[in-house]
Design a protein around this ligand. Structure first.
Ligand code: C5P
Length: 398
């Protein structure tokens, strides 16, 4: 499937660089042309000679190498491949990428390329979990950078947790997915995300604290597995992922229409925090505050339940309909009841009570409710939660 593709492989300076040697061999077995680039720090871990010998071509190391520039300028080099892979991607390189630095060959190529970029992060668990790295990760994903891993397990530094670079077969699977060969290729999935804004008058509205982070991460994870994604988003505070069809909406009524227009789909994931009610007597003009006036009264009507409508639609129903349940108490009991009431296949339940930091935060603690019962996942970043959910969706649709 990968035969004759060309990959620009950037190796940055981490102990996981040794795995990249095997990655080069496995890619070459698949007739992939690998053009290797080493950062200065990477040369402390693997030698240019080894990398060049395995790749069967010269290795690029220096932005200011006059011979290299004469043969193939760095801009041309950044665009000559079909895909740019960064493995391992260290915390430092991720920070530079997120900040738009271009002060060595690797960062300059990453800024100049017009090709998709896949990174395989590798670092100490505390460095991975550091808010700065998580912020950079979110920025990179919002910029359309694809991410594989990191995996969880024992690390070279003796600690345990997420941070190990993904194993070579996983990286190759992720590379295949970027070329449209992922387990969800040919599938259409629909994701709702973000809050809704329900107008009171032309300048005021009722909203909620949803950031859209979890829905955005789910859309990106499904895209990374090869799916065509319709991303129907309310006014979220995080940008939508690249490489998906973005359908921006404001109100629940608009979201309902956009969902109906995006069907049919193989799976529909309703991660939006839809307002349960809207203002029935919303004013056409700004409501004025006048001394002595009686205070305005808002009358509410119920919004359409988009999830329940799709889950119960009979003909044309997506094979897999997934809802979310944001609960503040008795999460499992309430979510199990919600699954039955809505008629959906799965409920992804989370405890959003104050103090968990989940609503508007970067982490999630999920209980997945299916026909088989409840399954509690560890507290993970929203990105990792999304990757797990996307993998489960792919398994189920297979
Ligand atoms: O009933 P509740 O709002 O708790 O249900 C949450 C789930 O239902 C979420 O998946 C949400 O996206 C979906 N929902 C919807 N339309 C509504 C209300 C909720 O699709 N009007």
């Amino acid at each position: 499937m990968l035969a004759d593709k060309k990959i620009l492989l950037i190796i940055s300076g981490g102990i996981a660089a040794y795995k990249s040697l095997d990655l080069i061999r496995r890619l070459r077995e698949r007739q992939v042309g690998v053009v290797p680039v080493l950062t200065r720090a990477a040369e402390e871990f693997v030698t240019p000679l080894t990398v060049s010998a395995l790749a069967g071509v010269k290795v690029y190391r220096d932005l200011f190498d006059l011979t290299d520039e004469a043969e193939m300028g760095h801009i041309e080099l950044s665009r000559a491949a079909d895909l740019v892979v960064v493995a391992p991607a260290t915390a430092d390189l991720m920070a530079k990428m997120a900040g738009g630095h271009a002060n060595d060959l690797a960062t300059t190529l990453l800024m100049a390329t017009d090709k998709p970029v896949l990174i395989a992060p590798a670092m100490n668990v505390k460095m991975w979990e550091h808010p700065a790295t998580q912020r950079n990760l979110a920025t990179l994903q919002a910029d359309g950078i694809r991410v594989v891993g990191p995996a969880e397990g024992a690390m070279a530094c003796g600690e345990f947790g997420p941070g190990r670079m993904s194993e070579v077969p996983e990286i190759i699977a992720a590379i295949e997915a970027t070329f449209g060969h992922g387990p969800l290729s040919g599938r259409h999935v629909l994701v709702t995300s973000g809050p809704t804004h329900e107008p009171i008058d032309p300048v005021r509205y009722i909203a909620n604290r949803s950031s859209g982070a979890q829905g955005t991460a789910i859309a990106a994870a499904l895209r990374d597995l090869g799916a065509r994604v319709s991303f129907i988003t309310g006014p979220a505070s995080v940008p939508p992922p690249a490489g998906v069809d973005v359908i921006p909406v404001e109100t629940a009524a608009e979201m309902e229409k956009a969902v109906a227009a995006a069907l049919p789909a193989d799976a529909a994931i309703f991660a939006a925090a839809v307002a349960d009610w809207r203002v029935d007597n919303a004013a056409g003009q700004k409501i004025k505050k006048r001394a002595g006036d009686v205070l305005p009264t808002l009358n509410f009507v119920e919004n359409p339940d988009i999830l329940a409508t799709v889950a119960q639609m009979g003909e044309g129903r997506p094979q897999l309909v997934i809802g979310f349940a944001a609960e503040t108490e008795e999460v499992e009991r309430h979510a199990t009841g919600k699954r039955a009431r809505k008629g959906c296949d799965w409920i992804v339940a989370n405890d959003v009570s104050p103090g968990t930091g989940i609503m508007g935060g970067t982490e999630n603690a999920v209980t997945l409710i299916t026909a088989d019962g409840a399954e509690t996942w560890p507290r993970l970043s929203k990105v990792e939660t999304a990757a797990r959910l996307a993998a489960r969706i792919a398994e189920t649709l297979a």
